[in-house]
Design a protein around this ligand. Structure first.
Ligand code: TEU
Ligand code: CA
Length: 575
């Protein structure tokens, strides 16, 4: 049944709220996306991952669903959706949707019923438990919510607590209940029958909780993690869902997978198992963090090591290739630093080469293709290196919208106000908001995201004046046009798709050098991760070979050989 089309695809992630507003309410919508289909086609991507567009009260921007079979009011109607999928398919672009089924919204009808009484038929769709301690006034266990605070909320009505591993408006579904699992399969089939080509499965590794819901080890950043991540019935639930839905169509199923790393991936993504096709792992996106939250500078050696381990997985396990999504800050400040020493565009292009010439399923996140970057909030303290036009100091509290950022600021203000400067500083680097600013289409008002006079739901990055799709599409040397070339180069290219991966100079803190080989043919990938010239010596294995540069982020192409690499230089040679 499965053609495994993901193996030769290039994905583009759309966060609909911030992509394009068609009706002037300041919120991106489906007609907005439809108006940009030709843009996507021209960019050359072959598949779209659409973040949630279902009915939702938007506590977490659509990751809290109140009706899985309907479209969010702000985004449009089912007719709009059908027009979107047709528009994509007409252009040869596949569509995968977001499947958010670890939890629902508390405004979903199942939960509204569930909370009514202990004998309601939907009670068992969720986790309800008696509290601990005298009078049951303490949560049933010590698990922490991924969005801070306890993972339980008390309800007067029935004198019990319900579990929420995210916000209290995102109660966790009880997958031990067979009815819940059938509902999920039915939802998948509903969308497959509409022509949807697959799903990105939100926090799918959390769906099975340890029997008895035991206390977790006291361990930061998340108490309880080992009790609900990849435990007990995980494989059983996934296999069943694959049988009932995923594997009945020619789908691609990508899991968002906390807990899955290069070390254990084979257990979860091997083709032969017929479970998830691939996963978004957090290994490399945590490599500039202590405890997953406190930012520090990236250590290139560590990043390369993580990549190398994924590349070394058996052929039947396919990695994903991504730097950005709607939960991550923008990749340029984090992976090359805020100070690009005047070589911002070169850095943006180099990162793309370093990542997308590896084996795996490539994903680009909206705006990444024009080098969109983090919001210039005051605490980031990097403005001295920026263009004058970016000196619009923003106050964190004024610009952050994300439920997680807001929770963090609120809690620290309440319980440890003296830490606020540090917290603000950390958020200035890691906040999810950085990825959620409106897409920069043009130099017009509101970056062309919505019409003049409308108020975008979230602050537009002021750098849109000189960084936007309009300007870059007219400039052959732009980041955008570089991405177009790279995407085109990768698709259908056997060496990139499944050539062997061999790395050189693994210990270098400056260079990322690897080859993709099939027999005698190979691609040599040479990247300078620093903003200064760096010495490069030709690896023994490449000596005496003819080299032809196929991709280069400088106009003037220099030959493969012992030489100085220019700041952030990246070249792909066919050898
Ligand atoms: O994300 C899961 C999640 O917890 C992380 O991505 C989180 O945002 C990160 O660790 C913060 O540092 C998924 C969705 O991608 C996210 O947008 C939702 O908020 C979350 O699930 C709940 O549905
Ligand atoms: Ca709108």
């Amino acid at each position: 049944m499965k053609s495994r089309w993901y193996k030769d695809s290039f994905f583009y992630q759309i966060y609909p709220r911030s992509f394009c507003d068609s009706n002037g309410d300041g919120i991106g919508d489906l007609q907005g996306i439809i108006s940009k289909l030709d843009y996507l086609k021209e960019l050359g991507i072959t598949a779209v991952w659409l973040s949630p567009c279902y009915k939702s009260p938007n506590d977490d921007n659509g990751y809290d669903i109140s009706d899985y079979r309907d479209i969010m009011d702000e985004f449009g109607t089912m007719e709009d959706f059908e027009q979107l999928i047709k528009g994509l398919h007409d252009r040869g672009i596949k569509l995968i949707m977001d499947l958010v089924v670890n939890h629902t919204s508390d405004e979903h009808k199942w939960f509204k019923e569930s909370r009514k009484s202990k004998d309601n038929p939907y009670r068992d769709y969720y986790y309800w438990r008696k509290g601990k301690g005298k009078n049951g006034k303490k949560p049933p266990n010590n698990w922490m919510s991924n969005f801070l605070g306890p993972a339980w909320k008390y309800e007067e009505q029935t004198d019990e607590w319900y579990m929420h591993l995210f916000s209290y408006k995102q109660p966790d579904l009880n997958w031990n209940n067979p009815a819940v699992r059938q509902e999920v399969a039915d939802i998948c089939n509903f969308w497959f029958e509409k022509g949807v080509d697959g799903f990105r499965c939100d926090v799918i590794t959390y769906i099975s909780k340890k029997d008895g819901l035991p206390d977790g080890k006291i361990k930061l950043p998340l108490i309880g993690f080992e009790q609900y991540c990849l435990t007990d019935n995980y494989h059983k639930f996934i296999k069943e869902l694959a049988d009932r839905a995923w594997n009945r169509f020619d789908t691609t199923i990508v899991g968002e997978a906390m807990g899955i790393t290069s070390q254990n991936a084979a257990e979860y993504i091997d083709e032969k198992a017929g479970e998830l096709d691939c996963v978004f792992s957090f290994e490399h996106t945590n490599c500039d963090r202590y405890l997953q939250i406190i930012p520090h500078n990236v250590n290139l050696r560590k990043l390369k090591k993580i990549f190398a381990r994924w590349q070394a997985l058996p052929k039947t396990c396919t990695p994903t290739l991504f730097f950005e999504n709607h939960d991550q800050p923008r990749c340029i400040p984090r992976f090359v630093g805020y100070d690009c020493k005047g070589y911002f565009d070169e850095a943006a292009k180099m990162l793309a080469v370093a990542l997308y010439m590896q084996r795996g399923v490539p994903f680009v996140y909206q705006g990444q293709e024009i080098g969109m970057t983090n919001l210039p909030v005051k605490e980031a303290g990097y403005l001295k290196n920026c263009d004058d036009r970016e000196r619009a100091f923003m106050k964190a509290e004024d610009v952050y919208e994300d439920v997680l950022s807001v929770n963090v600021l609120k809690s620290f203000k309440k319980y440890a106000p003296f830490t606020l400067p540090i917290v603000r500083k950390a958020l200035s680097k890691v906040a999810r908001d950085h990825a959620r600013t409106p897409m920069q289409w043009s130099g017009d008002a509101n970056a062309g995201f919505c019409v003049e006079g409308a108020k975008p739901w979230m602050t537009v990055n002021p750098d849109y004046v000189y960084k936007n799709v309009n300007l870059q599409s007219r400039d052959p040397g732009s980041i955008l046009n570089f991405y177009k070339r790279l995407i085109k180069y990768r698709l259908g290219n056997e060496l990139v798709i499944d050539g062997e991966f061999n790395e050189f100079y693994k210990d270098s803190k400056k260079l990322y050098v690897y080859e993709r080989r099939k027999g005698k043919d190979a691609l040599a990938v040479v990247c300078n991760f620093t903003g200064k010239e760096a010495d490069f010596r030709l690896p023994e294995e490449w000596k005496g070979r003819n080299a032809h540069a196929e991709i280069c982020n400088y106009d003037e192409v220099l030959p493969l050989g012992n030489r100085k690499l220019r700041p952030f230089e990246a070249v792909v040679y066919k050898i």
